[in-house]
Design a protein around this ligand. Structure first.
Ligand code: HEM
Length: 530
């Protein structure tokens, strides 16, 4: 099978691109005046001493602060007399009142690069006068998110509780979280997802074909439409195509509301708009639930097996016989719809940009796909997807270079020590998975911005290392298998059958979500395969 060697073309020179940040070897440290040598701990002596009290990583004098939970963050003054000799993490000073809020929120990962060089892996930030701790470093993250689960808990404001529902995985912690997770996770195993592959492939093909009919498409919107269709229709089994545009708009407002100040002034505030959007979204979700219930009662399944909503409805824990209640399913469906489309869409947007900038990568994908089709035929399956290590490496590298989720915020539950500093209960913590994934991997120092999928194909690169874009611990992304599988199907479909031309490969970006301001116009054409 011959291929026409056409790839993504760049038609605009890279004028707007900011040069990669210069790479410096930085020693964070405290210079001992008596010996004039760097203290290995990279900290002042008090902090070094404190860190070595007890086993590394052990929490010092845990003090349960559940009584404080739900209260506003604790101001610094209230803590001054209560430090037990340990210093607070060094403060990153920002403008008065708002502190570093805007620069931090705009891009937490980028913001932290210079701060980590200057202050070390753990530092403090004041947002509107309240203390927050930013935590970076591979081992530190594993400790606070995975190994010592009682240190932090999910942040839940009243607004979030109302919008997301009190049994949503994202607001639960401890045993209630474990229970809902146990009843939901089996539907996201690779084997379970395998039953959806042909549907996702068909959807991807439909979208590419539709795009190829048009002179150009605004890819940021189209990527969201595609990933929304996949999660709502192919995965959950809800036909939402009729009011899809309104629903996506509602979801966008709903997500903004979750991260808002929670003031309900109707259409005049983000939260007010989100409340109205949620009402409309719930109507669609309830309709989908009713259909899934009917299908389950009628034996269900259809020709391609049950979709996720029906599976959730039917699933019972073999040992305990437990199942999710209707309210619990409704909350998870809302969460899956929210978590399951914008993140993956963002990944596809930046993958398209990287393919445009690196045409040799697309050529390698085409070669891999030719071999996969020869061995497995055109229909995709779990086996066919497993035979695409290069496509998988591209997705992993896309998730490394473009940070989708910077750092899930948490509430500090007990006072604890980290890197020789004391973090008091009540603070907000930002364990920065984005920073660790992109900048904290010792396997490839100094190459943070370079898109190089091959790094994931070496023996060393196959180890997870600091690559943690989906988080760690009990809240690790439930949809991580799905997200990678979906992006691989997208790349495979593009590489096999389509060409794409991007006008501006170095566009300006907007924030929240970070994406090209111009909507990333792309011209797709069918690829002639001889
Ligand atoms: C590129 C795509 C994605 C990225 C980078 C991503 C990232 C993350 C991260 C970092 C978390 C952990 C949040 C925390 O610790 O609080 C998370 C949680 C979650 N994600 Fe994803 N996600 C992606 C796609 C998806 C998809 C496609 C789905 C579902 C269909 C999904 C469903 C979830 C759910 C349900 C949770 C909450 C898990 C829990 O709290 O137990 N995500 N995701």
């Amino acid at each position: 099978m011959g291929t026409k060697a056409t790839q993504l073309r760049q038609t605009t020179p890279p004028t707007g691109r900011s040069p990669p940040a210069p790479v410096r070897a930085v020693a964070h440290g405290w210079r001992d005046p008596s010996s004039n040598r760097f203290n290995q701990s990279n900290r002042c002596p008090t902090a070094w001493q404190a860190r070595h009290v007890g086993p590394r990583g052990a929490s010092l004098a845990p003090r349960v602060a559940d009584a404080r939970s739900g209260e506003p963050p604790v101001a610094e003054e209230a803590l001054e007399g209560d430090l037990d000799g340990l210093p607070l993490p060094p403060l990153s000073k920002g403008p008065p009142l708002v502190g570093d809020f805007f620069t931090f929120i705009a891009n937490q990962t980028q913001y932290s690069v210079e701060r980590v060089k200057e202050l070390g892996p753990v530092f403090r930030l004041k947002i509107f006068g309240f203390n927050c701790v930013v935590i970076t470093g591979d081992a530190n993250l594993r400790r606070v998110l995975q190994d010592e689960r009682d240190l932090l808990k999910a942040v839940t404001t009243k607004a979030q509780l109302f919008l997301q529902g009190s049994s949503s995985l994202s607001v639960l912690d401890g045993p209630p979280h474990t229970r809902v997770r146990r009843l939901t996770a089996p539907s996201f195993s690779m084997a379970a997802l395998g039953t959806h592959i042909s549907d996702i492939q068909a959807t991807a093909m439909d979208f590419f074909s539709e795009w190829a009919e048009q002179p150009s498409v605004k890819f940021t919107d189209e990527a969201r439409r595609l990933t929304f269709r996949v999660i709502s229709d192919d995965i959950l089994g809800m036909d939402l195509s009729a009011g899809e545009a309104q629903l996506i708009a509602d979801f966008t407002k709903y997500i903004r509301g979750i991260f808002s100040f929670g003031i309900n002034l109707g259409p005049f505030t983000k939260y007010g708009r989100a409340v109205r959007s949620k009402e409309r979204m719930l109507k669609s979700v309830d309709k989908g639930l009713e259909e899934a219930k009917r299908a389950a009662e009628a034996g269900g399944g259809g020709t391609r097996g049950p979709k996720l909503l029906e599976k959730l409805w039917k699933f019972r824990d073999e040992e305990t016989g437990e199942r999710l209640t209707e309210d619990e399913i409704r909350d998870q469906v809302l969460l899956l719809l929210v978590a399951g489309y914008a993140t993956t869409a963002n990944t596809l947007i930046f993958l398209m940009l990287e393919l445009g900038r690196n045409p040799q990568v697309l050529e390698r994908l085409r070669e891999e796909q030719a071999a996969v089709v020869a061995a497995h035929g055109p229909g995709m399956s779990l086996e066919a997807l497993e035979a695409m290590p290069y496509a998988e490496a591209c997705v992993k590298e896309g998730l490394r270079v473009n940070v989708v989720v910077h750092g899930p915020p948490r509430k500090v539950v007990t006072d604890f020590e980290i890197e020789g500093y004391r973090v008091p209960a009540g603070w907000t913590a930002f364990p920065l998975i984005g920073h660790v994934t992109k900048h904290g991997d010792s396997r490839w120092p100094g190459e943070h911005d370079v898109f190089n999928p091959d790094r994931h194909l070496t023996e060393e690169g196959r180890k997870p290392g600091s690559w943690v874009p989906f988080g760690l611990g009990p809240h690790v992304c439930l949809g991580r298998n799905l997200s990678i599988l979906e992006a691989k199907i997208f790349l495979a479909t593009l590489a096999r059958y389509f060409e794409a031309s991007i006008n501006d490969l170095y566009p300006e970006y907007r924030t929240q979500p970070r994406e090209p301001k111009d909507g990333l116009p792309i011209t797709f054409t069918r690829r002639s395969i001889e």
